[in-house]
Design a binder for this molecule. Structure first.
Ligand SMILES: NC(=O)c1ccc[n+]([C@@H]2O[C@H](COP(=O)([O-])OP(=O)(O)OC[C@H]3O[C@@H](n4cnc5c(N)ncnc54)[C@H](OP(=O)(O)O)[C@@H]3O)[C@@H](O)[C@H]2O)c1
Length: 428
């Protein structure tokens, strides 16, 4: 029986789960792949740290970079994390030394994926990163293999479980942002520093990788990014009244030969599929030809789901074929036009908290007409006790540049009590 020698570097949440999984399931994986996965070496930062797995002493490397030099190592699984430092050094050296690499490191692939793919291709080894995007949702393998026949025009959905948990529980449990964030941290659904989950950066890194796979292009940083930090309970309630849910959605779409990449809170119709995805789940929708629409959903993070993705990558390497990391040879990947969203059309939700005085509503609507944005619905909710009024406006489809201009212009007015809101609506 053929055997593949593996070095696992990083034995934290994910690495220790993978170690145990590979040992417990070696027989079935060997049968399915006709090659045996053998964990030859491991490494972590602190050899003496207490771990919940038993590892023979002889498996420990003296230095994590030895994995890249030892002749008997075929595959390195990088589970350190971070775009720089040890993880970067390990993966670059591994590929240069003709070792296959499997990684769960979204930060590293989003930043250095193009360079790494070039080295992997030159040295005819695999660089696999299914676990770097949406954990247990096999989106990368689906794009590279299952959906290979398709010309993809759009990929979108829910790519961050933490922000989806917060938005759906603000709605269901009738709680505000801070209350739900607190319980998310307590339940382990949000990290102690959840900034990247809440400000949209986590989604943009994932989408950057997927967008490049969908459109056969190099990785591109042209993104519009907004997070959920500014969404409050009133917005969720208003959305409900208008027949929408608010979700943090990521989109990469090809329109008239240009690619738009964006992440922002979005009002989406209550009866749509995406609106029904609650809690920590991820859900990805792909529009392609000839397939039509495909959807995959599942757990986006955590050791179990991430191990499922890692084992898929390891199995692919066990089966022996060398593939281009981004589906196409480096020479065939394109430099497409990535546009910012200024000239894309959206309908939008605006919320203005204003002093309750005559003349203000007409001043606001004048600013809309001056910017050629037509109003579809307008609701005014006065709060006589506080002497303020909440004005909600839903617009027809308009140029994004004009929508943002209105927001800025109204924000400067002396009658504004609270920073105005603009949330784009998905009614494509
Ligand atoms: N956690 C998730 O749900 C999840 C989901 C998808 C993807 N990922 C990705 O998976 C990767 C690992 O995440 P994790 O949650 O397992 O992280 P973690 O628990 O912090 O584990 C990191 C591991 O890296 C080791 N390490 C740190 N610096 C090192 C160095 N200089 N040399 C060798 N080893 C070093 C640490 O060693 P010690 O144990 O000795 O400190 C630890 O074992 C990251 O790229 C992450 O983004 C995680």
């Amino acid at each position: 029986m053929k055997k593949l020698n593996i070095a696992i570097v990083g034995l934290g949440n994910i690495g220790s789960y993978l170690y145990k999984y590979l040992n417990d399931n070696k027989k079935i994986l060997t049968e399915k792949n006709n090659c045996s996965p053998f964990i030859k070496y491991v490494s972590a930062k602190n050899k003496k740290r207490k771990r919940n797995i038993k590892i023979n002493k002889e498996k420990w490397l003296n230095n994590y970079l030895d994995a890249t030099k030892l002749k008997e190592v075929d595959l390195i699984v990088e589970l350190i994390g971070g775009a720089e430092g040890a993880a970067k050094k390990l993966v670059f050296n591994a590929l240069k030394n003709k070792k296959h690499v499997v990684t769960a490191n979204k930060a590293l692939i989003a930043k250095y994926g193009d360079q790494l793919a070039k080295i992997a291709e030159k040295n005819k080894v695999n660089l696999e990163f299914e676990a770097s995007v949406c954990g247990g949702v096999p989106i990368i393998r689906s794009l590279k293999e299952g959906l290979i026949a398709n010309k993809i025009s759009k990929i979108y959905g829910i790519f961050n479980g933490t922000s989806n948990y917060i938005l759906s529980n603000m709605d269901k449990q009738n709680k505000n942002f801070e209350e739900v964030l607190f319980s998310a941290k307590k339940l382990g659904y949000a990290e102690s520093n959840p900034a990247a989950d809440l400000n949209g950066d986590d989604v943009s890194s994932k989408l950057k990788i997927l967008s490049s796979l969908c459109f056969n292009s190099f990785l591109n940083d042209n993104f519009h990014i907004e997070g959920i930090n500014k969404i409050d309970k009133e917005d969720i309630d208003n959305a409900n009244k208008f027949g929408y849910k608010i979700k943090l959605l990521g989109y990469a779409e090809l329109l008239n030969d240009k690619i738009y990449q964006r992440v922002h809170p979005t009002l989406i119709k209550k009866d749509s599929y995406v609106a029904s995805i609650d809690g920590v789940l991820n859900a990805i929708i792909i529009d392609g030809k000839p397939v039509g629409q495909s959807i995959i959903q599942g757990e986006g993070a955590g050791p179990a789901a991430t191990t499922s993705a890692l084992v898929s990558d390891i199995s692919s390497i066990l089966r022996g074929n060398v593939k281009f990391p981004f589906s196409l040879s480096n020479k065939e990947r394109k430099r497409l036009k990535f546009k910012n969203i200024d000239d894309r059309f959206f309908s939008a939700y605006f919320r203005f908290e204003v002093i309750d005085k005559p003349g203000i509503l007409s001043n606001i609507t004048n600013i809309f007409s001056k910017n050629k944005v037509s109003i579809k619905r307008l609701v005014q909710n006065p709060n006589r006790n506080k002497k303020i009024s909440s004005i909600i406006i839903i617009t027809h489809k308009s140029r994004d540049k004009s929508l943002s201009k209105i927001l800025k212009e109204v924000a400067k007015k002396s009658y504004i009590e609270k920073k105005p809101k603009l949330i784009r609506i998905d009614d494509d």
